[in-house]
Design a protein around this ligand. Sequence first.
Ligand SMILES: Nc1nc2c(c(=O)[nH]1)N(C=O)[C@@H](CNc1ccc(C(=O)N[C@@H](CCC(=O)O)C(=O)O)cc1)CN2
Ligand SMILES: Nc1ncnc2c1ncn2[C@@H]1O[C@H](COP(=O)(O)OP(=O)(O)OP(=O)(O)O)[C@@H](O)[C@H]1O
Length: 214
Amino acid sequence: MPANPASIEKTNDARPVGPQYKTQLRRKIRAVRRALSSFQQRHASLRLCARLARCPELKRARHIGIYWPMDGEIDPRPLLERFPNKRFYLPALPRPARATMTFLHWPGATLRYRNRYGIPEPVIGRSEARDPHKLDLVLLPLVAFDPSGARLGMGGGYYDRSFAFKRLRPGSKPQLLGIAHQLQCVERLPVESWDIPLTLVATDQRLYRCRHGG
Ligand SMILES: Nc1nc2c(c(=O)[nH]1)N(C=O)[C@@H](CNc1ccc(C(=O)N[C@@H](CCC(=O)O)C(=O)O)cc1)CN2
Ligand SMILES: Nc1ncnc2c1ncn2[C@@H]1O[C@H](COP(=O)(O)OP(=O)(O)OP(=O)(O)O)[C@@H](O)[C@H]1O
């Protein structure tokens, strides 16, 4: 296994700040994650999905946001076979760009359309669309997380914008479950005013119940 990038970071009691820090951390963790072999990826994905299958929040949920992995992200797709009676939805990039994402029902069929980042998406208008607040649980991709539930994403702000309503109604649906390789855990992440905290984080090695996540 590669070295945990968190151990390379110098951390102290204060949260690190600044866009440059976030850019460098993104670059470093994305590179380590991309370097995982396909064997390591498969092993991590199966361990994660076994852990999620025991998680009460996932067992209870019926409408679940999932994602198509890219750039070394941990793969949640084995869940579709494990839970044939649940409904899974993939995010579609918003149009216009500053709006919120729509989640489109994805029963696991091949996807032909790719968005501007090359990520496969169902086609809007052809799959059942579900608004973010009507999902029970969302599995969020991330670049880094900390045990308090702070999340660093790819930098588009798509998930923060789509779930901003949770700030007004803490504890409201959906529960936000970040999923990642354990190597994406850092001691403390910078938190921005617009960041929406995670309820839980699951990795190939652990489940974190987060202090701040509603
Ligand atoms: N699997 C997955 N799907 C997802 C996300 C994600 O993080 N992972 N997103 C989470 O928000 C949204 C897409 N956000 C993304 C934001 C930036 C880049 C990206 O590759 N940026 C390039 C610059 C490319 C460009 O601008 O053309 C880069 O940083 O290298 C990809 C996805 C929705 N779907
Ligand atoms: N609720 C919001 N309303 C308006 N702009 C927002 C909101 N949330 C985030 N943004 C904007 O999105 C941009 C990117 O935010 P940030 O770097 O936190 O993204 P991220 O969480 O890493 O990305 P993603 O969620 O797409 O993975 C910021 O410039 C921020 O101003």
